[in-house]
Design a protein around this ligand. Structure first.
Ligand SMILES: Nc1ncnc2c1ncn2[C@@H]1O[C@H](COP(=O)(O)OP(=O)(O)OP(=O)(O)O)[C@@H](O)[C@H]1O
Length: 225
């Protein structure tokens, strides 16, 4: 999977991000790292093909997506959200998987309630269940740990690992660098809309010349600017 963004943004000829290029290989977790406004979400919008202004090339397979903020239908119950997706695939057997995921994230008792009235963490769980319901070659996760309790966080980490073992790839955007360091195989560091560095943890350590944590690499690179 190749990501090549020459320029992209919200208004024509006014790029918010420029010259961002990286690969996602099968079974690999790529962490998109950067401070507020660095361009992570804009990069994700570009990869998804929904950014208003874009020059470049993106080649990715079908994906599951967890947006930065939960996107829910106001008048749909949790059951209806799932049924809507299951109908798209014409496969009622997906309810078996849906029930497993609902139980995993402990929202199985809320099927007939409206998710727009759920707590923040529970809404995040709904987005995770919807994204992981279908087995995909790629998952794009924008701040997937946001609002999750420790148990749900552990379940999500196990789910990511399980799909990774099956060959799925991940593009993961997070500010939780200690978590990212345990999880990701490759990092893309953004700053002010550009790629500051990329590589494995070891490669990033070589760039800064010290065997330090991802968090310290982030501080070190910020300090150099
Ligand atoms: N909807 C929008 N319209 C116009 N400009 C935007 C929009 N969203 C983001 N931007 C601009 O694009 C740049 C990159 O923002 P982006 O949201 O990609 O950053 P981010 O790395 O995801 O930040 P954060 O960690 O705060 O979520 C910023 O300068 C921001 O002001």
């Amino acid at each position: 999977m190749e990501i090549h963004i020459q320029q992209a943004g919200y208004v024509a000829n006014e790029p918010s991000i420029e010259q961002i290029e990286f690969l996602i290989t099968p079974g690999e977790i790529v962490g998109l790292i950067g401070g507020n406004g660095a361009g992570k979400s804009t990069t994700i919008q570009s990869v998804l093909g929904v950014i208003p202004y874009f020059e470049g090339d993106i080649s990715i397979p079908s994906y599951g997506y967890v947006p930065e903020r939960p996107l829910l239908y106001e008048h749909f119950t949790l059951r209806e959200h799932l049924q809507f997706l299951i109908d798209e695939f014409h496969d009622e057997n997906l309810w078996h998987k849906a029930n497993q995921l609902l139980t995993l994230f402990q929202i199985d008792k809320r099927l007939d309630d409206l998710p727009i009235y759920f707590s923040k963490g529970m809404q995040q769980k709904v987005m995770l269940v919807l994204a992981f319901l279908i087995e995909r070659p790629l998952y794009i996760l924008d701040e997937p740990f946001m609002g999750l309790d420790p148990r749900a966080m552990r379940e999500l980490l196990m789910l990511i690992d399980e799909r990774k073992q099956q060959g799925a790839s991940f593009l993961l955007c997070t500010h939780q660098l200690e978590m990212a360091e345990k999880l990701c195989d490759h990092y893309v560091l953004l700053h002010e809309g550009r790629m500051q560095a990329q590589g494995t943890l070891q490669e990033l350590q070589q760039i800064v010349g010290q065997p330090i944590s991802l968090l310290d690499i982030f501080y070190e690179l910020q300090g150099r600017l």
